[in-house]
Structures are given as C-alpha cells and as structure tokens.
Design a protein around this ligand. Structure first.
Ligand SMILES: [Fe+2]
Length: 305
C-alpha cells in the first residue's frame, strides 16, 4: 500500500537488484544521497566495507536473520538478528563472514549501490565470457573459485584472506579480455612476441580491478596479477619467487594448473586427475608453494577433488 509520501516496499520489491553467486543485493530505498540496501548472503560467504577517497559517510547495518561475524585486532564479534552496527567515515577495511544464510539491511548516507554491485557483476560477467573465448566452458571460473576456496579453508586462511581469494580466483583471467582474439584463440604455438602479449593478461586484470576504484578489490587485484608467478621465480609477469608471491595467488596457481591439465579444450586433450595430481606433487616447492600442495593433496587423499 502506498499513500501520500510514504512508500511501502513489499519484501520482493526493489528499485534494482543484483545477484552474484552467494550474494543478492537489492536497493530498497534511495533519496537525498542516502541508500538502503538489503543484502542476502549464503552460508559461508563474505562481505566487506572499507574507506575510499573522500568517504565520510555514516554506515549502519541491521541484522534481520542469520549472523554476521568479524574481527578487529584479533577480537571476534558477532551480530545476531535485532543487533545493529554503525561506523562514521570508516578508516579500515572490515570483512564480515556469514556462517549461516544471513540477511541484513545496510544504510549509507552516501550512494554506493552502483559503485559496488554493478561493477563487480560486470567484471564477473566479463570473466565468464572470456573463459568461453579461451576454449573453456562457462563453469571454469566457478571451478577455480571452488577449488581455491577449499584449499584456502584447508590451510586455515583468515576471513580477510578468504574474501580476497574468493574474488581473485573467480576473476583471475579477466584481463584476457584485453588480449587480441587472434592471439587468444591461436590454435598453434604462439610466437615470442605473441606470448609476451598473452602474459600481460595478468597485469591487465590487476588494472581492470583497480579501475573500479573499489577499495575491496585492491588486494584481489594483486592476487590476480600474481596468479602465474611460480615458486622458483620462473613465472610471470615479474618472476617473483618464494614468499614474495602472495599466498592467495599461490593457491590460485595450483587450482588453475590442475583445472587446465584436467579440462578438454579445443587444442588439448584432458589428462587424468591422477596424472595431474602426480605432476603437482612433483613440482611441490619448485613451481608451487609446498603448503598449498600439501593442502591440495590432503583434499585429494580424502577424495574431495
Ligand atoms: Fe591466467
């Protein structure tokens, strides 16, 4: 019912709605610069707020159902239905995780909806489209993300690391959109010059994430850029070695390599999972981070891969 100046928003109504795996955001009210956004997050998913240039907004979250967990300086907090939290001009990135399906209302005195939901969705759609052009099926991004997250959880990564891993693993190859198609699709071996262009998809990916100006993508951008770096320094684009490579990037490297080895593509027949696991084990500490390989093999031993 609507009368005079008061707008009734039915539960299933929204001005705009965006759904990406595990997260649904609906703009339910906007005016005078402020926005109210309903968030529905699946169990195990994460959400973040953080500062950006010129950000002075008051932000308020009211938990409708489920639980929101976060930590500050090692101290753990949990908000349950009826609880609320607020921040004025938040000064540091804060990552929230949901152990169960969770719904909350988010209010900001500055508009954020387009800024943070539409751009991320566009990047994710681009990532899926480029995998198809590169000879993978549309599910490649999801498979890399799922395997990366299982390895990350096996290793006991923090919620903040898992949040960045979640985004970066899905978007790892998004920079291929800036590689010319004749090079991306070339069925024969690339020339040295073409290979140099191909390798740039890592840095193109970082640039694309940074161009969104979303503070929550800054770390993910570095992970995307480093997903072809290798433990012994033989990777690209920088030839980083050892612990100079971000742990999350070392995880994406193993997940991506395993998937590439075991997927049928137009110009390469899939190898068996056993064969691929053997190769990853052999390259432990050489190409791949030893702890990541151990976590990967533990999952494999439990027949979870
Ligand atoms: Fe890649």
């Amino acid at each position: 019912m609507t009368y005079q100046d008061v707008h009734l928003h039915k539960r299933d109504e929204a001005f705009e709605e965006v759904e990406i795996k595990g997260l649904k955001v609906s703009l339910v009210a906007a005016g005078d610069g402020g926005e109210v956004i309903r968030h529905q997050l699946g169990a195990g998913s994460a959400w973040a707020i953080g500062p950006s240039e010129g950000w002075t907004s008051m932000e308020f979250v009211y938990v409708v159902s489920g639980e929101l967990h976060w930590t500050v300086d090692g101290q753990a907090f949990a908000a349950k239905p009826g609880d609320s939290l607020s921040a004025v001009a938040i000064s540091r990135d804060t990552v929230f995780t949901c152990p169960v399906d969770t719904e909350f209302l988010y209010f900001s005195t500055q508009p954020v909806f387009h800024h943070y939901s539409v751009q991320l969705r566009e990047l994710m759609q681009l990532a899926v489209s480029i995998e198809q052009k590169d000879g993978y099926t549309a599910d490649h991004c999801n498979r890399i993300k799922d395997l990366s997250m299982r390895i990350g959880q096996e290793m006991g990564l923090t919620s903040s690391q898992l949040y960045n891993l979640n985004i970066a693993s899905f978007l790892h190859d998004v920079g291929k959109i800036r590689v010319p198609l004749p090079i991306l699709n070339k069925p024969s071996t690339l020339s040295a010059a073409e290979w140099d262009v191909m390798k740039r998809h890592t840095s193109f990916g970082r640039q694309m994430l940074e161009e969104t100006n979303l503070p929550m993508l800054t770390t993910a951008a570095q992970i995307v850029e480093q997903h072809h770096e290798r433990r012994n320094g033989s990777g690209y684009p920088f030839g980083l070695a050892g612990d100079d490579i971000r742990l999350e990037a070392a995880i994406v490297a193993v997940a991506d390599s395993f998937d590439a080895m075991t997927t049928d593509r137009p110009y390469q027949k899939a190898r068996s999972a056993g064969d691929a696991k053997r190769e990853i084990r052999e390259k432990r500490g050489i190409l791949y981070h030893p702890d990541v390989v151990d976590a990967f093999l533990s999952l494999a031993d439990r027949a979870e891969i």
